[in-house]
Design a protein around this ligand. Structure first.
Ligand code: NDP
Length: 300
């Protein structure tokens, strides 16, 4: 049994942690407002993907709740890459906005990498710009991508230290798995883990997951991970958000990449879906936008 092993599983509530993040942010918002600055975010949405629409709406709802400003600018599906890039250039110069977020995925005629590079690194509150990823890799981050940053905050809230632990991450995307693997292996208080990064070409996935003290799952495969992948006492972070059909009024429910019922007697801690990583991603977007406003206006 490792240090985390216990008789029953504890729920790592991202919802609860996000409330404490919002409480802590209030004084920083008040300070900026007294100086005449309202942290403001421009959200660019291209096309009408239903999941993207839901994400954008929940982000702007939270900004409103916190007394912050956010504008969603919607472009049609057939928008050109050049048109989008030149609009971003205008936003880079526009002092009204401290943060710029492009909701992914983008339609296939648009190169996501080029669009991310078009965002000013000082306004890149998602932390996806190569300059910001470089700073993060060097251990000197400007903006940490919201989902991995939210996971680190869950760990610190619940006193879960990655130091000396074997952390296995499933999924190597630029927005979750890869930055997570870098952050957890950095030589600092929220890092110092020994990290294994797995993906679809990993041979014998279970041989890695069964050795994990902490398992971060970001696959996009509904309920794939069950107890047969786990060792006793593992801490599980389930990043996945998947819509699966059911007989409810909405005709679907949200599930993670982890099979919740089957992990109850083996995991020591786990994030639920919904109410785990999702609320933290939004909280970290709010925090990064406040940081951007502080840095741009040199007020903090
Ligand atoms: P991507 O599709 O970009 O990446 C998925 C990764 O998982 C890839 O690296 C892929 O490997 C790997 N993978 C897929 N299937 C398997 C498998 N069977 N075995 C091993 N590896 C596999 O996804 P994202 O990182 O963008 O998102 C992952 C999930 O997290 C999604 O459900 C998404 O909705 C959710 N999400 C949730 C957020 C939140 O706030 N809670 C935020 C962002 C995402 P390969 O690289 O080889 O293709």
């Amino acid at each position: 049994m490792n240090q985390f092993a216990m008789n029953f599983m504890h729920v790592l509530s991202g919802k609860e942690v996000s409330h404490s993040v919002y409480e802590d942010l209030k004084s920083r918002i008040d300070f900026l407002k007294k100086k005449g600055v309202v942290p403001s975010l421009a959200v660019i949405l291209v096309g009408d993907d239903p999941a993207s629409n839901v994400y954008v709406q929940s982000k702007s709802r939270q900004f409103k709740k916190m007394g912050l400003h956010s504008d969603t600018i919607t472009f049609p599906e057939e928008t050109s890459e050049a048109g989008l890039a030149s609009f971003i250039e205008e936003l880079n110069q526009d002092d009204t906005f401290h943060g710029i977020l492009v909701q992914l995925p983008l339609p296939k005629q648009i190169d996501e990498k080029r669009i991310i590079r078009a965002i000013s690194p000082e306004k890149d509150v998602d932390g996806f710009h190569p300059e910001n990823l470089g700073l993060l890799t060097a251990g000197n981050p400007r903006f940490i991508p919201c989902t991995p940053k939210g996971i680190l905050r869950i760990f610190s809230h619940y006193d879960i230290s990655p130091s000396g632990k074997h952390i296995v991450i499933l999924g190597r995307s630029n927005i979750v798995g890869r930055p997570m693997s870098i952050l957890l292996s950095l030589k600092n208080d929220s890092g110092n883990g020994t990290v294994t990064l797995c993906h679809s070409r990993t041979a014998d996935l279970k041989s890695f997951t069964k050795k994990a003290d902490i398992l971060v799952v970001a696959l996009g495969s509904p309920e794939l991970i069950d107890e047969s992948y786990l060792k006793d006492g593992v801490v599980i972070v389930d990043v996945g958000i998947n819509r699966v059909s059911d007989d409810s009024e909405t005709r679907y429910k949200l599930v993670g990449d982890v099979h919740w019922e089957s992990i109850q007697t083996i995991a020591s801690y786990a994030t639920p879906v919904p109410g785990g990583v999702g609320p933290m991603t939004i909280a970290m977007l709010v925090e990064n936008t406040i940081e951007a406003a502080e840095q741009i206006t040199k007020l903090s």
